[in-house]
Design a protein around this ligand. Structure first.
Ligand code: FES
Ligand SMILES: [Fe+2]
Length: 372
């Protein structure tokens, strides 16, 4: 069965503009771990659907705004993460907890704004929702209820799994020369693991080792296209697999959410793979489109909440992130080769039975992209 997506869906600037408007500015998009925003004035910045966003911990709780100053549109916060009051670095305008302009330095001498004028100036607010240990934002002026995007039991799993995340964390980001959709399609495609990650990840995954001839399970029956639901909520789901993790003594120092020998994925449509390793290492992988053939990959790795002192936390996280990056690089090499090959005569992907989840993603994607 051919995919309903064509290579132009992965290369066209017009398609990306549609995705920004119809997916990234309409859906609930993960902003990051709540635990990293616990301190007063802690913030994280993002670019969602082409729009810069800041999530800031104010005295009035977590708030999200379009990260553009009401004066001349400079970002109010520049770093990916930080701790700094809401004040624009360009000409020093200061904002209050609701994003309203609180002070304009040198107003009388330079601007001459009446107090009533200043009272009308503010940052554009963005909807925000905390789910367990995660912060989601939605750029729509009339955001869809979050349970129209995610099934209730999935939201409950997100709450339970991420509720244990602590504030030991590392963040890294890099650009890859490929379309963001290839990344989401890949994380839900377990069949690539024994091939792409044969000497890294796959060796630790007993259920994914290449089967010996004769012990291959029969392939699942194909799911006819009209039996594939186009329910957005079906695109976010949980997968668990046994994994040969070694149990380290430090595992007992942090709160856990699964058994040691388990690898857990929470796929969060449209652009997140949430991973928990051994129940104690949490990883957010975000695939953020920059151009049709450029994706920013944001990795935030965190440990479960500390139950006792863990001075080695930074070293542990660094080792884990390096190992993870090696695995991701194996995927990126595939995506970049695939993307480079796209041209106007590229045929559509040809799917087998196990790829019905990819077909479901494409079906919902088409529906969202075609919605008025
Ligand atoms: S652009 Fe922000 S103070 Fe001027
Ligand atoms: Fe992979």
């Amino acid at each position: 069965m051919h995919s309903i997506l064509a290579s132009t869906d992965y290369t066209s600037p017009e398609v990306l503009v549609g995705e920004e408007r119809r997916l990234f500015r309409r859906l609930w998009i993960l902003a990051g771990f709540r635990s990293l925003l616990d301190a007063p004035d802690a913030f994280v910045t993002h670019r969602i659907g082409g729009i810069p966003v800041v999530v800031q911990n104010t005295a009035d709780g977590l708030k999200a705004f379009v990260n553009q100053c009401a004066h001349r549109q400079s970002p109010v916060q520049n770093a990916d993460f930080g701790q700094r009051r809401l004040a624009c670095p360009y000409h020093g305008w200061v904002y209050d907890d609701a994003g309203r302009v609180k002070s304009v330095p040198g107003n009388e001498a330079n601007y001459g704004f009446a107090a009533g004028t200043i009272a009308t100036l503010h940052l554009k607010p963005v909807a925000l929702r905390v789910v367990g240990g995660l912060v989601f934002v939605n750029l729509d002026s009339d955001p869809m209820p979050i349970d129209e995007q995610f099934h209730g039991p999935f939201l409950e799993r997100l709450e339970a799994v991420t509720g244990v995340v602590g504030d030991d964390a590392l963040f890294a980001k890099f650009d890859g020369a490929y379309n963001w959709k290839l990344n989401f399609e890949n994380v839900i495609d377990w069949n690539h693991v024994p091939f792409v990650h044969a000497s890294s990840f796959a060796s630790l995954m007993p259920t994914l080792r290449p089967a010996a001839p004769g012990e291959r399970p029969a392939s699942p029956p194909p799911v006819p296209d009209d039996a594939i639901e186009d329910d957005l909520r079906e695109l976010s789901y949980e997968a668990r697999a046994p994994f040969d993790f070694q149990a380290w003594p430090w595992h007992e120092a942090v709160e856990r959410c699964t058994e040691t020998g388990e690898y857990l994925n929470l796929f969060i449509y449209p652009n997140v793979n949430y991973v928990v390793m051994a129940g104690v290492v949490h990883l957010i992988q975000q695939f953020c489109p920059i151009t049709p053939d450029r994706t920013e990959v944001r990795l935030t790795m965190a440990l479960g909440r500390r139950k006792q002192r863990l001075p080695a936390a930074p070293a542990i996280l660094w080792g884990q992130l390096k190992a993870e990056k090696r695995v991701i690089d194996e995927d990126v090499a595939v995506f970049e080769g695939l993307q480079r090959g796209f041209h106007d005569g590229t045929p559509r992907a040809y799917h087998g039975a196990y790829e019905y989840r990819l077909r479901r993603v494409a079906k919902v994607y088409r529906r969202l992209m075609e919605a008025a």
